[in-house]
Write a protein that binds this ligand. Structure first.
Ligand SMILES: [Fe+2]
Ligand SMILES: [Fe+2]
Length: 501
């Protein structure tokens, strides 16, 4: 199956729309060889009737079957009515031989934000169930599920991106196609390939980039994504992923070390702090022979002396080395000074036998917003590059992947650039601790794990308060979650290691 994937045509006035590249791509399409054209939204610049008419005229010349969805720009000024009139239904499914394409409108009228409401969410999950026998499952959605690099501040994220990501991974969707950020990007997460298209004919490109589109080939053995930048700067990027199925590990090799990962203890004298959960987990963790305990922030409920003194008393009872990184609430009030007085540096690191952990301070005073910043990013990756042949782990408070069961707010402002660099630098593991729900997935070969709250009544998992255990073997990384009260264990995932020994 060969797909031509383009996005963000922004058909409109000359100020926003460049006709030539679009005509060029449509002509190429009509030369043949493609099974499907997919347009992932922002067909027009402003949702105006004359531009929908023009879009309809251009698309009617296409001889290949075509799937389109609206973008936020198409839904401006009531444009959705015109979209339906001139282009087609904004949601639905299309069957093509062995493939099913599910397309969904993720846009909120007159807003740049994304949302897939409960009805549509259920529609997607029903379609995935109904067509589970299809060998190629494709999802088309305008808004990006994952943070995109070179796109500036992370924003207009899908409010339920975490639930969608979880759904796509659970149903083993092969391909998720998006647009919106006007920068092309490809990630393979647990064998689901997420492809973001740049803008094919919009004049708003980023970081000096030019217009581009994607060609995607899917056969039995592999999925190949080719990004074509074709005007001025002619370049071609290719990513290829095997499709031979989900490998089951039976030989992990020798176990090298164990990391215990906790977050959001929210220690305070109030009843919101679950003392019993904390003490049971403490006892269990002390018996697990971990090499290091990583606390991803939210140590105290508030940054005041009463909470810090109590937290120090509790945290000192762990028998293994502990490293910390602060959350916003750890720095509230007097927190910035109290944190350092009680728990040490703002950016901590830990050197183990053949592994290295580097903390990133992403929090700020009185703010839920996280930022790493260019200076800190450069410094951290420079430090990691010096640790050759070692297992490299970064830990920070803010989430990098969207978390299920939580409203995604894109709180880490530069998550797009950070994630791309961490993946390209082959960082083995990223630990985070926001939103109080556990989650783990592997982006290319970088395993990313979020921890639930260890001991706060405010947590979102039906499994209950928990902590994570990360076991690193020669061949594999095994991540599981352990309930604080009952010690029950749930596997979050097993992944092949990046730099196998
Ligand atoms: Fe756009
Ligand atoms: Fe958009």
């Amino acid at each position: 199956m060969k797909i031509l994937h383009l996005s963000d045509t922004h058909i409109g006035s000359e100020k926003y729309f460049d006709r030539d590249p679009l005509i060029h791509v449509l002509n190429k399409l009509n030369e043949g060889g493609y099974d499907l054209l997919i347009h992932s939204g922002d067909i027009t610049q402003e949702g105006k009737e004359e531009h929908f008419i023009e879009a309809q005229k251009l698309l009617s010349k296409v001889e290949t079957p075509c799937v389109t969805i609206p973008g936020n720009h198409d839904k401006r000024s009531g444009g959705i009515a015109l979209y339906k009139k001139y282009i087609g239904p904004p949601n639905g499914t299309m069957e093509q031989d062995e493939a099913i394409v599910i397309f969904v409108d993720s846009c909120v009228q007159d807003s740049n934000d994304g949302r897939v409401g409960m009805t549509k969410f259920n529609m997607i999950s029903r379609a995935l169930r109904e067509y589970s026998d299809k060998t190629i499952k494709i999802l088309v959605i305008h808004h990006h599920i994952l943070p995109i690099p070179m796109a500036g501040r992370e924003r207009n994220v899908l409010s339920n991106a975490g639930d969608l990501l979880d759904l796509f991974l659970r149903f083993e969707v092969d391909l998720v196609l998006s647009g919106h950020r006007h920068y092309p990007n490809v990630y393979n997460i647990n064998n689901t390939v997420f492809v973001n298209a740049g803008t094919v004919s919009g004049k708003k490109t980023r970081y000096g980039d030019v217009n581009s589109y994607n060609e995607i080939d899917i056969d039995e053995d592999k999925l190949r994504v080719q990004t074509n930048r074709f005007i001025n700067k002619k370049s071609v990027d290719v990513k290829e992923y095997p499709r031979e199925g989900r490998r089951i590990f039976y030989d992990f090799g020798e176990k090298r070390f164990r990391i215990i990962h906790i977050s959001n203890t929210f220690i305070s004298p109030s009843t919101k702090f679950r003392q019993l959960h904390f003490l049971n987990a403490l006892k269990n963790i002390n018996s697990l022979e971990g090499n290091v305990l990583v606390h991803c922030g939210g140590i105290v409920e508030e940054g005041i002396p009463r909470d810090y003194d109590l937290a120090k008393n509790y945290m000192d009872r762990f028998d293994l080395p502990v490293v910390y990184t602060p959350a916003g609430r750890d720095m509230n009030y007097l927190g910035y000074d109290l944190y350092q007085e009680h728990f040490g540096d703002i950016d901590q690191s830990f050197t183990g036998k053949n592994f290295y952990l580097q903390g990133i301070a992403s929090s700020q005073y009185d703010s839920p917003i996280g930022i790493i910043g260019e200076t800190q990013r450069e410094r951290v990756f420079q430090k990691l590059r010096e640790k050759q042949n070692q297992f490299k782990c970064i830990f920070l408070h803010h989430n990098v992947l969207p978390i299920p069961h939580a409203r995604e707010k894109g709180l880490l402002e530069d998550s797009g650039d950070f994630l791309r660099e961490a993946v390209d630098e082959k960082v083995d593991l990223i630990l985070t601790g926001t939103s109080s729900h556990p989650f783990a997935a592997s982006v290319e070969k970088t395993v990313i794990v979020n921890a639930n709250s260890l001991s706060s009544v405010y947590q979102r998992s039906l499994f209950g308060n928990s902590f994570n255990v990360i076991d690193v073997y020669d061949e594999a990384i095994v991540v599981s979650e352990i309930n604080c009260l009952w010690k029950t264990r749930r596997l979050l995932g097993i992944w092949e290691r990046n730099n196998k020994k």
